[in-house]
Design a protein around this ligand. Structure first.
Ligand code: FMN
Length: 206
């Protein structure tokens, strides 16, 4: 189990344009309720998916986006800050800021590929690159089907570097009765891979 001081400098939470925007929002909500400081990054494609899947239209400015998400998810504004994807002076852009945890949920195949090749072309890719070079904990929740050999090779390459690949593949053995339960099944896995105490999380054999 992680010590809360492990999150002293916060965590980077990114959403990209794969299907499953609800996973990202729920993750931000759960981290907010756990009083963990979040640096939130949302790709342009993720904004399109948020509108398509959940009718959520995010404000353009990063400050307003952070405030909107805090209100929408009912979490404290002081712990949640949004950044533009070209904000190279933000904490997520440098290893010296001391952030050692990052989650990308959902993670598109495009972002996955760019992380696997070290593109660092926007703040999400750069923050992931920082996490890998600094030996931090990087957790990706990819979503695509079927998976091509390109996708699988990128995932294998990253997994071999120690990146946690947690695909958006909820189980059904707990007999979910709602989409919210399926979403929580996956978000529980993200929380437990971050080492955060998981109130209500379902465990095999539990
Ligand atoms: C409604 C919608 C659903 C999408 N679903 C997926 C998906 O499940 N997986 C994926 O890799 N890309 C998906 N895409 C395509 C990505 O959004 C697209 O490749 C985009 O360039 C990814 O950009 P990003 O990595 O910067 O977010 C979807 C796009 C839309 C609009």
């Amino acid at each position: 189990m992680a010590n809360m001081s492990d999150f002293e400098h916060g965590i980077v939470v990114a959403m990209t344009g794969a299907s499953g925007a609800a996973y990202g929002l729920r993750m931000i909500e759960r981290l907010g309720k756990a009083d963990i400081r979040q640096h939130v990054l949302i790709s342009d494609a993720a904004r399109v998916v948020l509108k398509q899947e959940l009718d959520v239209i995010l404000p353009e400015s990063p400050e307003q986006m952070g405030a909107f998400l805090a209100e929408y998810l009912d979490v404290g504004t002081e712990d949640l800050r949004g950044y533009a994807l070209d904000d190279w002076f933000s904490p997520a852009a440098s290893g010296s800021a001391g952030i050692r945890h990052m989650v990308i949920a959902p993670c598109s195949m495009g972002t996955l590929a760019r992380i696997a090749t070290g593109a660092s072309d926007n703040l999400i890719e750069r923050a992931a690159d920082v996490m890998i070079k600094e030996g931090g904990r990087l957790i990706l929740m990819p979503r695509e089907t079927p998976l091509s050999s390109i996708h699988l090779e990128h995932m294998l390459k990253l997994a071999r570097m120690g990146v946690h690949i947690i695909p958006a593949m909820p189980g059904f053995y707990h007999r979910p009765e709602s989409i919210a339960e399926l979403v929580d099944f996956m978000v529980d896995r993200l929380m437990s891979h971050l080492g955060i105490k998981n109130e209500g999380g379902k465990r095999w054999g539990g």
